[in-house]
Design a protein around this ligand. Sequence first.
Ligand code: G6Q
Length: 541
Amino acid sequence: MAELPSKRPAWAALQSHLASAKNLHLRDLFAGDPGRGTRMTAEAVGIYLDYSKNRVTDETLKLLLALAEASDLKGRIHAMFSGEKINITENRAVLHTALRAPEGATITVDGKNVVPEVHAVLDAMSAFADRVRSGAWKGFTGKPIKNVVNIGIGGSDLGPVMANEALRFYAKRELNFRFLSNVDGTDFAETVRDLDPAETLFIVCSKTFTTQETMTNAESARQWSLATLKDKASVAKHFVAVSTNAAEVTKFGIDTANMFGFWDWVGGRYSMDSAVGLATMLALGGTQFREMLAGFRAMDEHFRSAPFEKNLPVIMGLLSVWYGSFFGAETVAVLPYDQYLKRFPAYLQQLTMESNGKRVTLGGAEVDYQTGSVYWGEPGTNGQHSFYQLIHQGTKLIPCDFIAFCKSLNPVGRHHDLLMANVFAQAEALAFGKTAEQVKADKVPDWLVPHKTFPGNRPSNVLLLEKLTPFALGSLVALYEHIVFTQGVVWDIGSFDQWGVELGKVLASRIVPELEAAAEPDLKHDTSTNALIKRYRAAGR
Ligand code: G6Q
């Protein structure tokens, strides 16, 4: 079995460096190094990354880069991009990068170039989107489509939800998009309650087409639609599918001519730029969707070719390893200062936590260091009036990623200057804080001084972009995809399986018949689960 990364000399070097690095304060690092704020930056694909407010020295960065080398990050990047089956527990290639490969590229999986298929699906999605957007696609009664409901969950929901919100500015506003994911009947009822079935198109989005929540919602949607439209032939006009499972799609009654495919080498949480993005394509149209893909692709190229010391995903990935595995930080806050990115932290939660929430190495050995962090966040400035307090003055170390755009899509009076002033001020305050001396100088009574003192030394990255466009969104998502990859390689874990999710799918289906059985079931769970099931049954549902 391969040795744990923590046993490598490069890891040990960082561990011993930590002893001194822990005591450094960003105040001193900046005071002693006038070039720091411009030197510790990197720029690529329209993203300016200022990582100077991190608790690192040039020596730390050198050691982190050495750790990346020792982890064979270069080799692993090559393995991913070239279609090697690096998802070893499922024996699959990991090729979300092929989803945005240019036409004419060659990426081979099991002896077959997958790029032509990718573009064939994109063309089919684009043609379909044109018809719906122009009104040429008619519902069963001849009315054009007004409402689009994406039914999916996890990777078949969070990406489109986030992207449709993020790119709303560019969307066809006449189309009304909704996203139905939860198996809770309330989600279904509230999603459809004011919609007219004759004007509503459902996208049943499921890689496997067997996911309990999605199939239950799809079945309820079909019944709801048929209750008005009456004729089974209407299903073909009001339901389309995104799936890899043609047999199940046909069984559901959807014409496979209206099925948009993808492949087992695309993980759910890496699929928003595949056919899973059909709702986004319907909102944006083919041209703008392809601009988003170009943003992904540009970041892919940067990740694959830029030297590590200038490589955005590598730098950010290594910094998060530094805090998570060495400082013991448990979380990362992602703080977009753009209202359109309000679902971006939720999207990143799945991307990062499902990918790197693993406790054994690829070789199966239990790790003795922290792996995936808890990612969370809210758009600025709202978070400032709630949880930022804990980041500034609490006992936990929470590295932050600030994301901001120089130009507003909705310039209104002074709003954007105020918004941006807040980003810069927060990053500054977190880093430098306010010393007791400074507080005293404000004539604060002695007893109040500790309460008004800010220790500072709270690390952050600032990502500054020009404007939120489809290209910019693609580049940001790909940035985080590759940050996750970098982390996973250094931790030597499998970032592309999700056995915990699979377990949930199995466990729930075991209990369903026990809830629904007419006769009292013979329960064989633990005493707590047995009692809960009995109480639920006794309540009479
Ligand atoms: C993503 C996960 C998971 C998955 C959902 C939906 O990486 O595998 O979130 O996307 O469970 O699965 P289906 O698309 O198969 O319905």
